[in-house]
Design a protein around this ligand. Structure first.
Ligand code: FES
Ligand code: FES
Length: 210
């Protein structure tokens, strides 16, 4: 996940607050502002004093190597478009407010909370979801490692964790435990399966398969 800034004197700890601050100053913070809406969506002219209404917008983007053109509402999130318009339901709507990471997908290689990302901002981007991980009927090594290490219980958080793991290993091929924890610090597992999740990422990394 995006790195949050470490405070002086906190060299060995990385909190969710750090993570969210870093994420917020990057992608999340500008995800839903009215200014952004004004920039990205065409507004319908209104008389002075009326609340402006923003129009639908056609966007073109690539999801799991497939090109799509979709008309989206200005308030629609990327998660809703993926799930409701593309039938890609791997990314989960768990908290729907940027707290759990269950909706994590990769946007141009970077992990994002798709529940907090307006679909209109995805115009021209390259998205990867959990559905794009397996190739030709063979599980991605990270998916296999999560199975081998029994790194899930209910499994609801697993797609988000795997996408965050993929982003981590693309940036750091052999992370130590602290780096794995930091890389996955934006994702929550309500079943508390963290130890096995970290072991799965470690297995995939050590095997040099990601
Ligand atoms: S569903 Fe998006 S962060 Fe929880
Ligand atoms: S396995 Fe159940 S929430 Fe993580």
């Amino acid at each position: 996940m995006n790195k949050g800034k470490m405070k002086k004197g906190k060299t060995n700890t990385f909190t969710r607050r750090d993570f969210l601050k870093g994420f917020g100053s990057g992608t999340l913070g500008v995800a839903i502002t009215p200014k952004l809406l004004a920039q990205k969506a065409e507004s319908i002219q209104t008389k002075a004093g009326e609340v402006p209404v923003y129009a639908k917008k056609q966007i073109k983007f690539t999801v799991n190597s497939k090109a799509y053109t979709k008309v989206v509402e200005p308030q629609e999130t990327l998660l809703d478009v993926l799930r409701d318009k593309l039938s890609l339901t791997g990314a989960k709507k768990t908290c729907d407010r940027g707290e759990c990471g269950g909706c994590t997908v990769l946007l141009d290689g970077n992990p994002i909370y798709s529940c907090m990302y307006l679909a209109i901002r995805a115009d021209g981007t390259n998205i990867k979801t959990i559905e794009g991980m397996a190739k030709e009927g063979k599980l991605h090594p990270l998916q296999q490692a999560y199975i081998d290490k029994d790194a899930y219980q209910c499994g609801f958080c697993t797609p988000g964790f795997i996408m965050a793991s993929e982003a981590l290993l693309k940036k750091k091929s052999n992370p130590d435990l602290g780096e794995i924890k930091k890389g996955l610090s934006g994702n929550l597992c309500r079943c508390g399966n963290y130890t096995k999740i970290y072991q799965a990422v470690d297995q995939a990394a050590k095997a040099g398969r990601s």
